[in-house]
Write a protein that binds this ligand. Sequence first.
Ligand SMILES: [Zn+2]
Length: 347
Amino acid sequence: MSLNQNLEKLSNACGVSGREEEVRNLMMQLMKPYADEIIVDKLENVIAIKKGKKNTPKVMLAAHMDEVGLMVKTLTKEGFLQFAKMGGIDDRILPAQKVSVLTKKGPLNGIIGSKPPHIQKEEERKKVLPYDELFIDIGAENREDANIMGVKIGDPVAFDVKYRKINKDTVIGKAFDDRAGCAAMIETLKQLGETDCTICAVGTVQEEVGLRGAATAAFGVDPDVAIALDVTVAGDVPGVREFDTSVKMGKGPTLTVSDSGLITHPKVFRWLLETAEETKIPFQLETGLMGSTDAARISLTRQGVPSGTVSIGTRYIHSPVSMLSLKDVENSAKLTTAAIQKIKKYF
Ligand SMILES: [Zn+2]
């Protein structure tokens, strides 16, 4: 299957943090043709292992399967659902979003509602409605009806957005953070072919709520070196200063020099940078961004793991719908593949 098809499937699947099952099943299916073995660890990270020769480095690739979303917190007696946030979501972009409430009985359609603006006071209209003043309307008559429809406290809620290609290589969809990284990781496995070193490609859980899955996965895998494949903020839109981020959509994968949780190991940085230069893959550099990736947690495992990040510059991440260039996903996979092929020189 093509990268575009894989990303479409991955983006349309739902995996709010801690409820990654649908994405995990898909990852297992998509990684299977390229792996010698696939295991699911106790925290439910999925690990595809491609066995290499003895006395060669073990490389861990990590892409998180979870996405930011919501969770049902209370059912009002009128049948509205109030919610908690899972991961960093901006309250400003929540009102009027279409959502899927993922109940045991199946998904339910809903809309995030708020007090209608017509009856808001002047000063109310100017302020951002905090998420605890919003609710999900599933068209239930009352609490009992919502219960009959299958809603339970703790049910995950995902944004209801379908993947679409909108221009040449440009696509929009839900959860590109980090299904784009998942797609790049699968593509890397596909392109690698025979390698000397052992590759453990990990779809991690619960990244958006504190890099949790990466912690146990890295301990179990015990890698010699690690690369997180993730997305980063593309700042090539009106109102963003070059100083805040210089990353642009479509201009190649981004190598993180440092972020709030990781200073890329100098050897890893040189490895990735020289690979990009030698193979003439376009790339961008980024430093000083708030936020972090699985690489931060992996790097602190056991006695330490040299780690780095290859990121895809994506517009509007952590919102219901984001935008990226498939070229960047493809080049992220190309860069990761080429780096693994040149690993002997560095590790
Ligand atoms: Zn991410």
